[in-house]
Design a protein around this ligand. Structure first.
Ligand code: ATP
Ligand code: IP8
Length: 258
């Protein structure tokens, strides 16, 4: 089994609110279908979630009643993106099923403490393609919290021990800084020898859920489990197909002995 995280930077146009990148979404669906492998797809919220979440300061948890409007709007908007993705998967002959993040996860201080796993396990057993999204959830200490798709991926990795995890964004992997803002180098291989170093390359993305730093810390937990993580550019056609076959163009993060 392979867990794929389709980043919001790839599946939506982050510079235009509420705009899906239909070409990328459709390619992802085709490439998953052609690979014929058991996968779980987790996607980010991109421009369907982060701008509203920021506008209403939802990342801080419950502060004021004014946030409730933002809570409803964010969840509704993310659900629209989710539907677009489910439809694209179905149009390509796949049988996806949404596993609701809001209904199945509870966090405490932003970290998952409860997950109702039975729907996921049954969906896998039946041969459905489980689809998760980053979303808002109820939180034991902050009333509510943003639960990123990245954290869901690391949680599911602990639970299911996939053979590999693929993170896709709109850049070619992990760089020595933000490739959109600086002249930087792509890091092709990460192992126990340099994993600590990559944290200093995590530059803020302006997201409501921890951006690159958050992503790197989830990647670190998966790496600790001894699972290979590949970071690729999902906006380039065939990159996902190739990665699913083990031909990764991007950053490969794994322990030396696996
Ligand atoms: P979402 O959280 O909506 O799913 P995502 O998973 O696609 O989004 P982002 O938080 O948008 O991820 O992060 C991807 C962006 O991070 C890239 O577009 C890139 O510009 C930026 N970035 C910052 N630092 C780095 C780095 N060291 N290496 C690679 N990209 C970086
Ligand atoms: O895009 C964030 O999920 P992510 C969800 O996976 C919200 O970080 C509510 C913005």
């Amino acid at each position: 089994m392979i867990i794929i995280k389709a980043g919001g930077s790839a599946i939506t146009k982050k510079s235009e609110d509420f705009t899906p990148n239909m070409e990328v979404i459709s390619n992802i669906a085709k490439e998953i279908k052609n690979a014929g492998r058991v996968v779980i797809l987790v996607h980010g919220a991109g421009s369907f979630g982060h701008p509203i979440a920021k506008k209403y300061s939802l990342g801080k948890g419950y502060v004021d009643e004014f946030q409730l409007k933002g809570f409803s709007e964010t969840r509704s908007s993310i659900s629209e993106l989710d539907t677009i993705i489910l439809k694209a998967l179905m149009q390509n002959g796949l049988t996806p099923v949404k596993i609701g993040t809001f209904s199945n996860f509870i966090t405490s201080n932003g970290r998952i403490v409860e997950f109702h796993k039975e729907p996921l396990l049954r969906a896998i057993e039946l041969g459905l393609l489980p689809v998760f999204t980053g979303d808002l959830v109820f939180d034991k200490s902050r009333v509510f919290s943003i639960l990123s798709g990245d954290q869901i991926v690391s949680y599911l990795s602990k639970l299911l021990k996939p053979s590999r995890v693929i993170f896709g964004t709109d850049v070619d992997g992990i760089y020595t800084g933000d490739p959109k803002k600086e002249k930087v180098k792509l890091i092709k291989e990460v192992s126990e020898e340099n994993i600590d170093e990559i944290f200093k390359f995590a530059k803020s993305t302006g997201d409501a859920s921890g951006g690159m730093e958050g992503k790197f810390s989830e990647i670190f937990s998966i790496f600790d489990l001894g699972i290979e993580i590949d970071v690729i550019n999902l906006t380039e056609k065939d990159n996902l197909s190739n990665a699913l076959q083990g031909k990764v163009k991007g950053t490969v993060i794994k322990k030396k002995n696996i």
